[in-house]
Design a protein around this ligand. Structure first.
Ligand code: KIV
Ligand code: ZN
Length: 385
């Protein structure tokens, strides 16, 4: 089994979500929760971006043990120096140096030629290596760049000392086949057996971030960059809970594993939801309210007989309560009977008939009911007159 490193960037790329501004205390709590989750790397922030960002990264570096603590820096000396200073007290530190690869970024944002980008990459990755031997290099917007240039750029970064090369699909433009094929080229033509990790960094503009990250794993990537609940710029980043549970549930397929303590997933998802104010949609995979809820009669009947009929993983595995049978208008007698049994009621056929009929009238009118409401219903319908 290959070990896939989980690089969490909730506190850096995730915090770039529109409208999100976490306090120092909230960031520290999230960082501690990420350490309990057992992520390999925490990207704590972008220290050159002001005093409070610097303070957050240095507090996390000082107080959070376990994962490697990483700080972001452009290909500027000052950025690298601020990142190194903020990381000074970290047990394990990484500087993440980034530039851009696509023509539109070079021409309009960086105003540099490809040759200048290559030179700067060489110089700044070498500079970052003077502060730590764990340096990651990224070039933004790779999927819209000229791939021959991309290969040259990453080759330069490795020669200059980068130990992880991260391949960002910054605009979420790539498809799984294309992204996977590029990772394979980088693996075969650039890394060529050298001791360097390839990392996937995908955005979800077309809803393909998780699929693209997993395609990268199938083609040689050994690190995935992701955020809790998939928060991040625009449509967000790859969701940590999705890639981790996909690799776990389909480990026979991926022949890979992560070191994530999956039972912490739900707790940290709720914490990030609360602190960022970014509400998780009910049908969100793994952490949404409905992710382990069954409502239709056929599904409920199947799950009562054997959970595996409609469940590919246990809710408990991600730290949630066992799957719930929603008592709603699609529920059949089997689910109502099971809920009554769990509440301690064993009704005879005619009582069951009365209760079920009344139940249907109520849920048709007002939607799903709770088990407590079911208890009240059964008490009133079966009470001696
Ligand atoms: O999406 C992106 O390109 C990034 C880089 C800074 C790695 O977040
Ligand atoms: Zn990003």
């Amino acid at each position: 089994m290959r070990h896939i490193r989980i690089f969490d960037t909730t506190l850096r790329d995730g915090e770039q979500s529109p409208g999100v501004a976490l306090s120092l205390q909230q960031k520290l709590e999230i960082a501690h929760a990420l350490a309990r989750l057992n992520v390999d790397i925490i990207e704590a922030g972008f220290p050159v971006n002001g005093a409070s960002e610097f303070e957050c990264v240095s507090r996390i570096a000082r107080e959070v043990q376990g994962p490697v603590i990483c700080a972001l820096a452009r290909t500027h000396k000052l950025d690298i120096e601020r990142a190194a200073a903020a990381l000074e007290s970290a047990e394990k530190r990484r500087i993440h140096v980034f530039t851009s690869a696509s023509r539109v970024h070079l021409e309009y944002m960086l105003k540099k030629t490809p040759e200048q980008i290559i030179e700067l990459t060489d110089e700044m990755v070498r500079y970052a290596r003077t502060f730590t031997d764990d340096v990651e290099f990224s070039a933004q917007d790779v999927m819209r760049a000229d791939f021959d240039f991309v290969l040259r750029l990453y080759d330069t970064a490795i020669a200059a000392g980068a130990t992880t090369i991260n391949i960002p699909d910054t605009t979420g433009y790539g498809t799984p086949l294309e992204y996977g094929a590029l990772i394979k080229r980088i693996h075969d033509e650039v890394v060529r057996g050298r001791d360097v990790h390839i990392s996937a960094h995908c955005h979800d503009d077309l809803g393909m971030a998780t699929a693209n990250s997993l395609a990268a794993v199938e083609n040689g990537a050994t690190q995935i960059e992701c955020t809790i609940n998939g928060i991040g710029e625009r449509a967000g980043n790859t969701a940590l809970e999705e890639v981790v549970m996909a690799i776990y549930t389909r480990r026979d397929h991926y022949q890979a594993e992560t070191q994530i303590n999956t039972r912490e997933i739900y707790r940290i998802s709720r914490m990030v939801e609360r602190y960022t104010g970014m509400v998780v949609q009910p049908n969100k995979a793994i952490v949404g309210d409905n992710a382990f809820a069954h409502e239709s009669g056929i599904h409920q009947d199947g799950v009562i007989k054997n959970k595996e009929t409609y469940e590919i993983m246990n809710a408990e595995l991600v730290g949630r309560e066992a799957a719930v049978l929603v008592l709603g208008k699609h529920s059949g007698r089997a689910a109502v009977k099971k809920a009554l049994h769990d509440l301690g009621y064993e009704l005879d056929e005619s009582q069951m008939q009365t209760v079920f009929q009344r139940f249907r009238e109520i849920v048709d009118r007002k939607g799903p009911i709770s088990t407590e409401e079911l208890r009240a219903l059964v008490e009133s319908e079966t009470a001696p007159t």
